[in-house]
Design a protein. Structure first.
Length: 323
């Protein structure tokens, strides 16, 4: 039985967005990846986008510290993105302009977005629509590489699903629980009223973007902090009564698929979305089979992707020249 890898494709999309811009001036090389290079200018552009988000949510964090800690992870992500593009070229995987347009139009239709609203939101983030189109093209290409090199080689058997269900039976029974994802914009404990109001305004802006059709996962990657940061904001199933009171109350009032208003707590400002719910009593295997298949598939795919990328890096020429 082939496993679904939609989550992995989304992960790769988030990892690479936005697309790199060409250097406007000649500058030094910070990495060579086979026959291509990454320049300091390109690296700085990507770090600047990330640093801007972190500074907005954490005004007290020194800019130098943000850049220092972000440099190597960002550069490694850029190297992996370049390797994926090169692998796609080697495999002869291309995407025509019409496919890019169709992909964007399909997304607009499914989310009920208007093109002018998307362009306005991109402009606020400092991203041109041409960059967005190129990022879309790259994401389609990388998705095809992943399907060919990873998805086609992963399967989850019925016996594995049954064993997982028996070993994790307690997770499918007991108290009422909700699977939620969260964007948390934290407020320092010693923050004054002006700082708190600034953070609240930022949270309200994020909520507006969600209502305008922006991706919850993308906004979580840009704005969120806390336990779910870096995981696509998915906090998994959380039992009733175990979260902050205001968040808990909202989570169990919302229906599956609904998104909350901005929720204020001692930690800061939360926006949550309910992905699933389960009540007291055990769910039969038939009801959770797809969920278990996805969990097992995720574990296999994460390992296979890590191994595949490690092997791709090993057989590639990579020279990092950071000073």
């Amino acid at each position: 039985m082939k496993v679904k890898l939609g989550w992995l494709m989304i992960f790769m999309m988030l990892l690479s967005f936005p697309v790199h811009a060409d250097a406007e001036v000649a500058d030094r090389i910070v990495a060579i990846v086979n026959d291509e290079v990454i320049t300091q200018h390109e690296l700085n552009q990507t770090i600047d986008r990330i640093a801007k988000r972190i500074e907005a949510s954490n005004p007290g964090v020194p800019k130098g510290k943000i850049r220092e800690e972000a440099t190597m992870p960002v550069l490694n992500n850029m190297i992996e993105e370049m390797l994926l593009k090169q692998e796609a070229k080697r495999l002869g995987i291309t995407v025509k302009d019409e496919e890019v347009t169709a992909n964007i139009n399909d997304l607009l239709a499914k989310r009920n977005w208007k093109l002018e609203d998307v362009k306005a939101n991109l402009e606020k983030e400092g991203i041109s629509f041409d960059e967005y189109r190129e990022a879309t093209r790259n994401n389609i290409i990388k998705g095809r590489v992943i399907r060919r090199e990873i998805q086609s080689k992963i399967a989850v058997g019925s016996e594995e699903i049954g064993n997982y269900y028996r070993e994790h039976r307690s997770e499918y029974e007991g108290k009422e629980a909700a699977r939620i994802r969260q964007i948390l914009i934290p407020v320092p404990q010693d923050a004054d009223e002006d700082t708190r109001n600034k953070m609240k305004t930022e949270a309200e802006d994020v909520l507006k973007k969600l209502k305008d059709g922006a991706s919850f996962d993308q906004l979580a990657l840009q704005y969120s902090h806390g336990a779910a940061q870096g995981t696509g904001a998915d906090m998994g199933f959380v039992e009733k009564g175990t979260m902050l009171p205001a968040v808990d109350e909202a989570a169990f009032k919302l229906k599956v698929g609904e998104t909350s208003q901005v929720i204020e707590s001692p930690l800061g400002f939360h926006i949550i979305q309910v992905l699933d719910k389960r009540g007291a009593g055990a769910k039969p295997l038939s009801a959770v089979r797809d969920e278990i298949e996805d969990i097992i598939g995720r574990e296999k795919a994460e390992k296979k992707y890590a191994d595949w990328m490690a092997e791709l890096r090993k057989r590639s020429y990579i020279d990092i020249r950071l000073k």
